[in-house]
Design a protein around this ligand. Structure first.
Ligand SMILES: [Zn+2]
Length: 212
């Protein structure tokens, strides 16, 4: 099998997302760029993830053109490949319809962290509704994401990225957690996000740790 390493990593991550409830049915998709070559492994379109094998994962070029695999790549490939092309520091991208991220995406406000670990992933801005799979959506995700790790997609879900699959999955898990804690705290009327100064301090600490 060609590109076995990235295909296996994508499969593992998608199964983890299914197990943790972040992905239901065939919604959501994950992409990972190869370390050496300009090719990307991406989940195929409309295939049940639970019974998927590594060789079923599609391989596309940097523009999303289908190169290998028995099933056509996810229709949301333009969004994944656009972010990987735009960001030299990004190798992995994860798109899910996490319930709380989707709920919070209906507002226009950025997500605010309520715990120190969540601080790594802000700002999390909201991308206005744009047709899934379109080039327009790909461009607006790149623009709204900037050099960030996560965005919410209005009436759709969220999109996260990282330097590897572990980092992109962490951004996904913590963005969903951030949305969940904000949702319940707002419902209780007790919402109290992390102080701005503490967020900056946390980001500094994380950046320093990553530099080692
Ligand atoms: Zn979607």
């Amino acid at each position: 099998m060609k590109y076995e390493k990235i295909r296996k990593q994508v499969l593992e991550a998608i199964l983890e997302a299914v197990d943790s409830g972040l992905i239901k049915g065939t919604s959501g998709n994950i992409a990972l760029k190869d370390d050496e070559e300009d090719v990307i492994a991406i989940t195929p379109s409309g295939i049940a993830y639970k019974t998927m094998k590594a060789e079923d994962i599609a391989i596309v070029d940097m523009n999303g053109k289908w190169l290998d695999g028995p099933y056509k790549p996810s229709s949301e490939a333009p969004m994944h490949t656009a972010v990987i092309r735009a960001r030299k520091d990004v190798k992995a991208t994860v798109h899910t319809h996490g319930m709380f991220a989707t709920i919070m995406a209906m507002g226009d406000e950025e997500l605010q962290p309520t715990t120190p670990p969540q601080s790594e992933f802000v700002p999390v801005k909201v991308v206005p509704f744009t047709m899934p799979g379109s080039k327009d959506l790909a461009q607006i995700v790149v623009d709204t994401l900037g050099d960030g790790r996560a965005v919410l997609l209005k009436n759709h879900g969220m999109f996260c990225c990282g330097k590897d699959i572990k980092a992109a999955m962490a951004a996904t898990v913590y963005t969903e957690e951030m949305a969940t804690t904000a949702y319940y705290a707002k419902l209780l009327g007790t919402f109290n996000p992390m102080p701005e100064e503490a967020i900056l301090k946390m980001k500094e600490l994380i950046a320093a740790d990553q530099a080692v």
